[in-house]
Design a protein around this ligand. Structure first.
Ligand SMILES: [Zn+2]
Length: 126
């Protein structure tokens, strides 16, 4: 891989990391506000319908947060691989991951072939 390409991908990863950290921070803030509301004045005026809406809201936030957490971990691992000069190689078959794939998914761990195989296998399990 060209050094220039690597630099571009590293920049992308750092940007993605910052974006995810922002999402997580925002979610945390929202969650705190919501919990504060719950323990505040509205505590005793809860209807079942309100509860349902709030649960949906909390669930949505926690799902989004867990997605962001997982993605953040992948991004951080990719950055660590760059530091170790192991970036761009498939973790399964050790071949080069296609640059076009890395441009689309800079935190990709596997080449397309291995990724498809993994997805097929996990499809069988579920
Ligand atoms: Zn592979």
């Amino acid at each position: 891989m060209h050094e220039k390409t690597l630099k571009q991908l590293k920049k992308k990863l750092i940007q993605e990391k910052e974006r995810l950290l922002k999402i997580l921070k925002k979610n945390e803030q929202k969650l705190k506000e919501d919990i504060f509301d719950k323990t505040g004045d509205r505590k005793f005026s809860y209807h079942l319908a309100d509860m349902a809406t709030d649960e949906g809201f909390l669930e949505e936030i926690s799902i989004r947060a867990s997605h962001a957490h997982r993605r953040l971990k992948e991004v951080e691992e990719a950055l660590a691989r760059i530091e170790r000069e192991e970036y761009g190689f498939c973790l399964k078959c050790a071949k080069n991951i296609e640059v076009s794939r890395l441009r689309a998914v800079p935190y990709a761990k596997y080449c397309i072939k291995c990724q498809e195989e993994i997805e097929r296998k996990s499809g069988f399990i579920s």
